[in-house]
Design a protein around this ligand. Structure first.
Ligand code: GCB
Length: 605
């Protein structure tokens, strides 16, 4: 699935704005066919945004079930004769879409795109009604998982991850055109050999045969042209697969997001090589490799500095926002961070585009978070369930998880910024059931993309010697809270225990990235003698961690939890959300930001 783009043969129209919106209080809309007419009693709901915090209605904020979105759009007159598609960059967590009275798409999973070819349902110049039902229920067979419990007060959603279950149309919706015969898939992988770069490409085309003789397949050829950032052609190829070589290549590198443009074209040999379809893909030429305890980018050892982030902001929830994105990237630069993890789900594609351009290194994570009833269940008083069992997370869940991995890689594999896949965050990993669940998922990930290392974020409950899943990971990603959840407030004891655990992991001979370490901190709370929750404690906590990391050569990265404060469900250990941010939710620095800045700026090459 190629993203919509404007180009010589393609157009797109963003359908963002205020849509009509109704909460399906009794869950009857699907039976009653609400898509067949204008939604009754709607309110205005912005797209993209989570719907939860837009209104003042508690019932909507905490709603469990279906909500309905509807809009009307006009297919531009100039699109006559073209193929027309409707694309959702995401719908959290699942959706069904109708155009007019016809169902055109259904999609499971809240953070990857889906689309429908609606050519036969539309007329250029005419309007269409688009209706979407979005469902936010987390079940044992969804990624992320959860369980809806029926209570006398209505359904209650339980889940095992530590961020608010925001829902809705979080990203843009597009109407777009392509020629009937079009490029349908384009993948690249890149290599370096001395000063020469290589780009292996593969292209799928969909040729429209409805035009009879004029649509004969053999008259259509494929051509690719690679241009440098100044627009000069550096390589050219013919055919749906091949390798381009780039002498004197300028690689994509951390801090130097140099991009080439790969232009793929379908050409019509009987019409003087007329361009039938054209698609432009930004390509960064770089390599990634794990060797011993090193993580190499372009053959050079790389040390990750940065954060686990969230897509999260006041009012808009998880709605993508270019303003916030641009500011976050400036803050990453200011603080000296070179990387982040898309904890705990695939982020909007605009985020990866910007990371590509700015040379920011990304660990790209699926939405498989909270596959661990041992975490939330106890703390938040939920009922105890077994994590992996026939009735909870089971083979069917694994198939949904596998599909989430496929969709993540299909969407993001061409981004040079993505250097590693994280297939889960803090799953139960100390049991045989967990081992059996994960082994095939690692194999699947490697089969789909042999070019990148694969890992998952290991939880403190499965330390070295207990974790049965880390054996499958190329890199050890550890989330640890010594000095916070463990040895709270006692940084001396924390330092000793943390050092001991890390030394044990280092014995495995793999690179280690600390993908989470952090302390909740209330901005503005100061203490002469640092106490947990104060800004000074957060600084001392981070410094203790850094002393430990600096003593262990196998540690090749540190990503603080979290970049910014973020919303969670309510609970006795969450005060207006999770406060482990180095920035507040509205992006003001805590003292820790200046401390990190001193360390990370000094580490920059
Ligand atoms: C974790 C989770 C993260 C939480 C964090 C915390 O281990 O991966 O989602 O927010 O701890 O602050 O407790």
């Amino acid at each position: 699935m190629l993203r919509p783009q404007d180009g010589p043969t393609r157009d797109r129209r963003r359908l963002d704005g205020l849509w009509r919106f109704v909460r399906d209080v009794d869950g009857v809309g699907r039976d009653q066919g609400w898509w067949r007419q204008a939604l009754q009693g709607p309110r205005d709901m912005p797209v993209p945004a989570s719907y939860n915090d837009i209104t003042t209605d508690r019932a909507l904020r905490d709603h469990v079930g279906d909500v309905w979105y509807q809009t009307t759009a006009r297919v531009p007159r100039g699109w006559a004769g073209q193929r027309v598609a409707l694309r959702f960059d995401s719908a959290t967590h699942r959706a069904v879409v109708w155009v007019g009275d016809t169902q055109v798409a259904a999609h499971e999973g809240g953070y990857t795109p889906f689309e429908a070819d609606i050519t036969e349902l539309v007329t250029a110049g005419a309007g269409i009604r688009i209706t979407v039902v979005v469902n936010n229920e987390l079940t044992w067979q969804s990624i992320p998982p959860g369980v809806v419990e029926d209570t006398p007060d209505g359904p209650r959603q339980i889940y095992y991850h530590d961020f608010f279950n925001y829902a809705g149309l979080h990203r843009s919706v597009w109407l777009y055109s392509t020629p009937r015969s079009h490029l349908s898939e384009l993948t690249v992988s890149t290599g370096l050999d001395g000063t020469t770069g290589t780009v292996d490409y593969g292209i799928d085309v969909a040729i429209d045969h409805s035009g009879g003789e004029s649509a004969r397949a053999d008259r259509h050829g494929v051509r690719v042209i690679l241009r440098d950032a100044a627009g000069a052609e550096v390589a050219r190829g013919l055919g749906t697969a091949g390798q381009l070589t780039v002498p004197d290549v300028r690689p994509w590198a951390p801090g130097d997001g140099y991009l080439y443009d790969l232009v793929a074209q379908i050409i019509d040999s009987e019409r003087d090589d007329e361009v039938v379809d054209s698609y432009t893909l930004a390509v960064g030429i770089r390599t990634v490799e794990v060797r011993g305890t090193e993580f190499l980018i372009n053959g050079e050892p790389f040390y990750f500095t940065g954060f686990g982030k969230h897509e999260d902001a006041a009012i808009r929830g998880k709605g993508h926002d270019d303003v916030l994105l641009a500011h976050d990237v400036e803050l990453l630069d200011w603080i000296g961070a070179n990387s982040f993890r898309t904890s705990h789900y695939p982020y909007a594609e605009e985020v990866l585009d910007l990371a590509d351009r700015r040379g920011i290194v990304v660990i790209d994570e699926t939405a498989a978070v909270g596959l661990n009833t041992g975490i939330g269940g106890g703390v938040f008083g939920g009922r105890r369930y077994e994590t992996f069992s026939a009735d909870t997370i089971n083979d069917a869940t694994r198939e949904v998880h596998a599909q989430a991995i496929r969709e993540l890689i299909a969407r993001d594999r061409n981004h040079p910024c993505v250097v590693m896949w994280s297939i889960a965050n803090e799953p139960e990993s100390h049991t045989e059931a967990a081992r059996a669940y994960f082994e095939p998922l690692f194999a699947l990930t490697r089969e789909i993309d042999p070019s990148r290392p694969v890992s998952f974020a290991n939880v403190g409950m499965a330390p070295h010697g207990k974790c049965l899943v880390s054996q499958y990971a190329d890199v050890l990603m550890l989330n640890r809270y010594y000095g916070w959840y463990v040895h709270s407030g006692d940084l001396a004891a924390a330092e000793r225990a943390w050092q001991a655990e890390l030394e044990a992991w280092a014995g495995d001979g793999k690179p280690i990235i600390i993908t989470e370490y952090g302390a909740d901190t209330l901005s503005g709370l100061h203490a002469v003698v640092p106490q947990p929750w104060s800004e000074e404690y957060q600084v001392e906590y981070l410094e203790m961690n850094h002393r430990v990391f600096d003593r262990i050569p196998a540690v090749v990265g540190e990503q603080v939890w979290n970049f910014a404060d973020f919303a969670t469900k309510s609970g006795i250990i969450r005060v207006d959300g999770n406060k482990k941010g180095v920035f507040t939710r509205d992006r003001r620095p805590k003292s820790a930001a200046f401390a990190l800045r001193r360390r990370w700026q000094a580490m920059r090459p």
